[in-house]
Design a protein around this ligand. Structure first.
Ligand code: ZN
Ligand code: ZN
Ligand code: FE
Length: 689
């Protein structure tokens, strides 16, 4: 559709022959409030080129940082209830001036019925201390950032922290304010040319970075900004300006790029409340800039990467939410509570699955509050009342507890059916739902952790499943996790556990254990020996952790999946060989591989060993799925789970499986990590009602 607005989506085209009709005029009638029909709410849209032009020529909008039109501007972040009319958004507080009103009612104007239309006279304003003059504010903020200071600015879906991305000491200071040790920061570049100077960019990545969704795109680094931005990870989370404010900022800034990160304390939800922001940020930063438009729905920046030429969503938020995912079968009235880490929940309306924005790790008190509030907001917003609840099987997930509590307290004292869905089955079904698959598939779910039907922690799973049930065909060998969840953050525990399980010697020669004190090693060894607090896991994530540790890349991690990310970052892509492995009675054993890796450590580079390790996993996948195909004749393969965020692993798996003529499916609309779990839960539950 050549002439459709950029953010529109043509779902279907119907042709019908009509008798000649004549009309004398054209009207847009006010929306009717109809409970059964959902008016789709648009995600927030990056400022359009026409508005950027108007910013310089419209008398009443010169330098106006909230400029927008029917093709761009805030949507989801400002809507309070449906239908989407100005009165139901946080713009209702701002009465349109006569000029804005004439544009709003003029059918030939680009701002015809643009709900958030506003200008310098009538719209929201930025505030800095007692200053309201925007030019003074932006000049002041710019010079502060140029000087290396750290500022907090209220954006679209929450507050952000900003500083010069090339100034190492500024970035370190920002890390301190945020309480984030070394997880890479997102960087906003002045424009696409500047971005290309620092990042490797192909056509698909360029298109994504410039799209109206304007997500953070994960790219390979070409030139370093400064060490502390990504701590040697050699990749950059890059994004382009998406608010008029960003363009006005870069107009004045002399630097090429800024760190652009949400102003929350690590683990907590994005800060959107003005009073809370002021109390928590004002005294920590060099400038605190707010504005007087309320954020109704807090929403983070989305994170996306291009894999195998297609988009893979890592964090689904601004620009994507609340676009529904259309399902094959009705999912009406189902609420899916999601997982615990990287939580996102989902509600069903007819054949639409509406996923919430990225919520985060529910174990943080504030994040769990945000979760509960957002669930109720979605229920109100979409006029939804649950008839069925789906949740994870994990008895200790806070989302599961929430679902159970909701179930007990449910309407009129009568309980709503509660359906518990196995974590990795949900991962696979999330991808099946995206592709509208309704038959048996081979599901390969390589993941961190997820509760299994035997009470162990699963995560290296080969399933035969449809969207209702599954059968576990094979899995990675069980291994003890000394200290339970502690072992997730401390890969050295997993490395030790693997060595002990397969009776491998030589720990004294391994560099990675030198950083760990003898006493801790002894305690963990004893835990393993006497089976104290050491649950069993088949999680692929834990195997990647252990290898990252053995190669001395990460003994203790300072952010989620640091070990696997460092392991992936160093792969020598020219290395084609792999290590031996064994599959015995449906169990993938790693003793031979680990033995070979220990032998290689003193002789080969970590880059070669990492490549061989990844190649081994690819070959394991290939072997197992070929076995399943031989036994069952199934040719469709679904790859999902957090470990498939690993580009090398996913692309190489696709390559080898395609050569064997498999039909391969991966997630594109929802994350392969736990952010997509809720969609899987929703669709599984729809088969039980
Ligand atoms: Zn516009
Ligand atoms: Zn106005
Ligand atoms: Fe998972």
């Amino acid at each position: 559709m050549k002439f459709s607005p950029p953010a529109s989506l043509v779902k279907s085209v119907k042709e019908k022959q009509l008798n000649k009709l004549t009309f004398s005029d054209f009207k847009i009638l006010s929306s009717k409030n109809n409970n059964d029909i959902i008016t789709e709410i648009s995600p927030d849209i990056a400022v359009c080129d026409d508005c950027l032009q108007d910013l310089r020529i419209h008398n009443h909008r010169i330098h106006y940082p909230f400029i927008n039109c029917t093709n761009c501007g805030p949507r989801f972040s400002i809507v309070n209830k449906l239908p989407y009319d100005r009165i139901n958004t946080t713009m209702h507080e701002f009465k349109m001036c006569s000029q804005c009103e004439s544009e709003y009612f003029n059918v030939s104007d680009r701002r015809f019925h643009a709900q958030p239309v506003a200008c310098n006279h009538c719209g929201p304003k930025y505030l800095y201390n007692n200053e309201r003059d925007f030019i003074k504010i932006i000049n002041d903020v710019t010079s502060k950032i140029d000087r290396g200071e750290v500022v907090a600015v209220k954006g679209l879906g929450g507050y952000n922290l900003i500083c010069d991305a090339k100034n190492n000491s500024s970035v370190l200071r920002l890390r301190k304010i945020k309480g984030r040790d070394s997880k890479p920061f997102a960087v906003m570049f002045r424009d696409i040319e500047t971005l290309k100077e620092y990042c490797v960019l192909n056509n698909a990545e360029k298109e994504l970075a410039e799209s109206w969704r304007r997500p953070i795109v994960l790219l390979d680094q070409k030139k370093e900004l400064c060490y502390s931005v990504n701590n040697d990870l050699k990749s950059i989370g890059a994004l382009l300006p998406y608010l008029p404010f960003h363009y006005l900022l870069f107009d004045r800034l002399s630097i090429p790029a800024i760190v652009y990160t949400s102003a929350n304390i690590s683990g907590e939800p994005i800060i959107s409340d003005d009073t809370f922001a002021k109390g928590n940020l004002n005294n920590k930063v060099d400038a605190f800039i707010s504005h007087n438009r309320k954020i109704q729905n807090p929403v983070d920046d989305s994170v996306v990467k291009i894999m195998d030429g297609k988009q893979q969503i890592i964090r689904r938020a601004r620009g994507f939410v609340p676009n529904p995912i259309h399902t094959l079968k009705s999912v009406d009235g189902i609420f899916a509570a999601g997982a615990e880490l990287k939580n996102s929940f989902c509600i069903g309306k007819n054949n639409n699955a509406i996923l919430s924005q990225y919520i985060g790790d529910l174990k943080f008190f504030e994040t769990f509050n945000f979760y509960q509030n957002t669930v109720h907001r979605f229920f109100d917003l979409f006029k939804f009342s649950p008839k069925v609840i789906a949740c994870d099987m994990h008895p200790e997930y806070l989302s599961t507890e929430f679902a159970e509590r909701f179930n007990v307290n449910s309407l009129n004292g009568s309980q709503i059916p509660l359906i518990k869905v196995q974590h990795h089955h949900a991962h696979i079904v999330s991808c099946m739902a995206e592709h509208k698959i309704n038959e048996k598939v081979i599901g390969v779910s390589l993941d961190g952790t997820g509760y299994g039907t035997d009470g162990n922690i699963w995560g290296g799973e080969f399933l035969i499943c449809d969207t209702k049930t599954f059968e576990r065909f094979a899995h990675f060998d069980y291994i003890k996790m000394p200290g339970g969840d502690l072992a997730v953050g401390e890969p050295w525990r997993m490395a030790l556990s693997y060595l002990k399980k397969y009776s491998l010697n030589g720990i004294e020669n391994l560099e990675c254990f030198r950083k760990i004190d003898d006493k801790s090693i002894e305690i963990v060894y004893k835990m393993l020996e006497s089976d104290i607090n050491s649950p069993l896991t088949s999680g692929a994530g834990r195997l990647f952790d252990a290898i990252a540790c053995l190669l001395n890349l990460c003994s203790k991690q300072s952010f989620d999946a640091e070990g696997p990310m460092r392991l992936e970052a160093i792969i020598d892509k020219t290395e084609k060989s792999y290590y031996p492995f064994e599959i015995v009675n449906g169990i993938v054993r790693f003793d031979k591989m680990l033995n070979a890796i220990l032998n290689d450590i003193s002789k080969r580079s970590a880059s070669i060993i990492s490549a061989k390790f990844h190649n081994t996993i690819v070959n394991i996948i290939n072997d197992v799925v070929n076995q399943i195909k031989k036994d069952t004749g199934i040719n469709k393969i679904v790859l999902s789970g957090g470990v498939f965020q690993n580009r090398f692993l996913l692309e190489k798996s696709i390559q080898i499986l395609a050569k064997n003529n498999f039909e391969i499916y991966t997630n594109h609309l929802t994350p392969p990590n736990d952010g997509g779990i809720a969609l899987g839960q929703l669709v599984v539950a729809s088969n039980y009602i």
